[in-house]
Design a protein around this ligand. Structure first.
Ligand SMILES: CC(C)(COP(=O)(O)OP(=O)(O)OC[C@H]1O[C@@H](n2cnc3c(N)ncnc32)[C@H](O)[C@@H]1OP(=O)(O)O)[C@@H](O)C(=O)NCCC(=O)NCCS
Length: 295
């Protein structure tokens, strides 16, 4: 049977989610994680399904990509298929062909751990892009107390979470229209098919102001969980709250049965790199995305 490239409907998401969960293991690469689909589902389950590309053969899922916009695909290849020459060639051809998976005007592939695919794309003239650093923390032992009050955010407190997230990542004025839009997205995510494995946390200072937020995503018991995203309100940085919410996130993942906590960040984000290190995470070797220009 030949390899089939397809996009699942919402009803067909389970094989993709189950495959991504099964492909996470301690010591493995931090490739596309089921939690990445969960975080993407801020845009809705339909949009998330429509952004997935699945390569399968005889009903077995071999590789999955998540289009994070038309020019970036984030990949995971089944661990026991990673060294398969035929699959790597097919993936490289599909990713390299303008318009087949990625837009013709420049494209980026995140292919962590997929060594053969990486080599083939480099041979086709793709170049290494900005370096990222992956961090892991084992959860075999309990995580130290983070020292702040931590709340697991339920729908009635969505505004608290999105306001801190907005400040951390955008920082521009949070207009009513943006508030409605982001709360709507958050509620869509939390009410969607992925959030059974997710948890959104907020940390509060001694004045009970929300100062930091994180979301965590389990891939099932005994597998690495994902921390995505994490941020501290702009007015509250430099007080240890980044470290605190990261510790709280690790503790939540342990509570959810994860064997370890993983996160990946641009190596140039020195604040985040320092924060994960402070929270007991260990960096792995840097990994670079692959990029090609317009064709
Ligand atoms: C990264 C971020 C969370 C740090 O928040 P913070 O509240 O300042 O973090 P902390 O006070 O807990 O600092 C933790 C460590 O990072 C260091 N640090 C924080 N910002 C830093 C910066 N810009 N440059 C260098 N070091 C920095 C601190 O000195 C501290 O180091 P130490 O523990 O060795 O003393 C915050 O800047 C942020 O929200 N950034 C935008 C969102 C983001 O990038 N998130 C991560 C990727 S998802």
């Amino acid at each position: 049977m030949s390899i089939i490239l397809s996009t699942p409907s919402v009803d067909e998401l389970s094989p993709a989610v189950d495959a991504l969960k099964g492909w996470q293991y301690d010591g493995g690469p931090l490739h596309l994680h089921s939690g990445d689909l969960g975080w993407h589902s801020l845009h809705g389950a339909e949009a998330t399904a429509a952004a997935i590309r699945m390569w399968s053969r005889d009903g077995e899922v071999l590789a999955i990509g998540l289009l994070d916009g038309p020019e970036l695909v984030r990949m995971a290849v089944a661990p026991n298929w990673r060294d398969d020459e035929a699959l790597a060639r097919r993936l490289a051809a599909d990713l390299d062909e303008p318009g087949r998976v990625l837009a013709p005007d420049g494209a980026t592939v995140e292919a962590r751990g997929a060594g053969l695919l990486t080599q083939l794309l480099l041979k086709r003239g793709w170049e290494r892009d900005e370096p990222w650093t992956t961090f892991h923390r084992s959860l075999s032992d309990p995580v130290e107390d983070c020292g702040l009050r931590i709340e697991t955010i339920e729908p009635d407190r969505a505004e608290v979470w999105v306001a801190v997230h907005w400040s951390a990542f955008r920082g521009s004025p949070f207009t009513d229209a943006e508030r409605r839009r982001t709360v709507g997205g958050w509620l869509t995510m939390v009410g969607g098919p992925f959030y059974g494995d997710g948890r959104c946390l907020a940390a509060f200072d001694q004045n009970d102001d929300a100062v930091a937020v994180a979301a965590v995503w389990s891939a099932g018991p005994g597998r690495p969980g994902l921390l995505e995203p994490m941020g501290v309100h702009r007015s509250h940085r430099g007080h240890g709250y980044g470290t605190a919410i990261t510790l709280a996130a690790a503790a939540a993942l342990r509570d959810m049965g994860s064997s370890s906590a993983s996160v990946c960040v641009e190596s140039s984000n020195v604040g985040a790199v320092a924060t994960y290190t402070s929270a007991g995470f260990t960096p792995s070797d840097e990994v670079a995305d692959l990029r090609r220009g317009s064709r």
